[in-house]
Design a protein around this ligand. Sequence first.
Ligand SMILES: NC(=O)c1ccc[n+]([C@@H]2O[C@H](COP(=O)([O-])OP(=O)(O)OC[C@H]3O[C@@H](n4cnc5c(N)ncnc54)[C@H](O)[C@@H]3O)[C@@H](O)[C@H]2O)c1
Length: 361
Amino acid sequence: MKNQHVRVGVIGGGTWGNYHLLAAKQLEAEGKVDLVAIADQYEPTAEKQSQAYGIKKYTDFQKMIRDEDLDAVTVATPDHLHREVALYAMDHGKHVLIEKPLDLTTAGCRTMVAAAQSGGLLLTVDFHKRYDVYNAEVMRQVRAGLVGRPYHAYAYMEDKITVPLNLLRNWAAHSSPFWFIGVHKLDLVRWVTGLNPVRVLAHGRKGKLQAQDIDTFDSVSAWIEFENGFTCTIDVNWIIPGQFEALVNQGLRIVGSDGIVELDGQDRGLRYCSTEQGTVTPNLGALVNQESLFGYRAVSGYYVDPIKDFYHNVYFLKNGGSLVQLDGRYPSGMDGQWATQTAEAVEKSIVAGRPVELAEI
Ligand SMILES: NC(=O)c1ccc[n+]([C@@H]2O[C@H](COP(=O)([O-])OP(=O)(O)OC[C@H]3O[C@@H](n4cnc5c(N)ncnc54)[C@H](O)[C@@H]3O)[C@@H](O)[C@H]2O)c1
């Protein structure tokens, strides 16, 4: 039978799980997905999202996976809870999209990648920087040789302090700026250059969040050596003031033997200032949410495009496509493993105060 809908459930209905639900709802309106259920262990959240999207609710994700005939699940639980959920889902034959980072241990990533391989399942990590059209253009130009041989790069990303203090209050201490946002930049630089990291020297600062009873790093600075002698410094923090003009500040520059590319990933040129909001520089690359011609909410931008892409890929598989045909076209479990291995090396280097080889992890 052709054009079979993909039956999906979302696990974790918090801030980011809501984007998973929005993306699924749109593809449902387009006739490719049936959004079946939300599983969130916190009942009020499960209830709220069930009402908002008109879907069934569960507080036990295992029960949802057992009881509903799903093709795929998307996972937006806190970072340290990804593995358990993904392994259970894959054990039950479900394709999985998982938020970054894939897992907080490289050993855990290896288990997850192996589970996907042995089950013939799609395992995708939501490295959404690849879906930012500006980054994609940088990737195309760099891979086409615009800067010649890549020599060195600088990538930075910083969140307002309201992210760990308010949005992630319950679990920020399980994470760090490198785990939460550094992995995005690591994946981006790997993707743009096609090169893999080899060793890391990192430094971290604590203080501001510790004083607010969140025991994690305020900032991390990592110098990463890749193959072919290419190097990249990644600076990340999640303590920029609440008054800053955007939730996220970020950018990238790459210098090579024959050129340079620079990207301000935050200020895309649109600027407002009002007495109520102060100065705001909206990033419409991240999210556009509008009524479509056909009466449903059409969402686009890199907050939702990777999730829509995953649903498209599962639809392709369900309707006769193969995993081999998708190879290299999505951020895979192995991409997730590279990011986690680097983040583990970063942590180890901070503690040991010396360079750490990825091969040690
Ligand atoms: N792609 C991105 O740029 C991006 C941005 C923000 C967050 N994230 C990632 O998304 C994930 C979720 O982050 P968030 O900001 O939405 O966090 P959140 O705290 O807002 O939401 C997490 C939700 O998971 C639920 N949950 C916890 N344990 C569960 C379990 N065992 N079963 C079912 N539900 C469970 C919680 O009740 C909560 O509703 C994290 O991995 C985070 O790193 C990704």
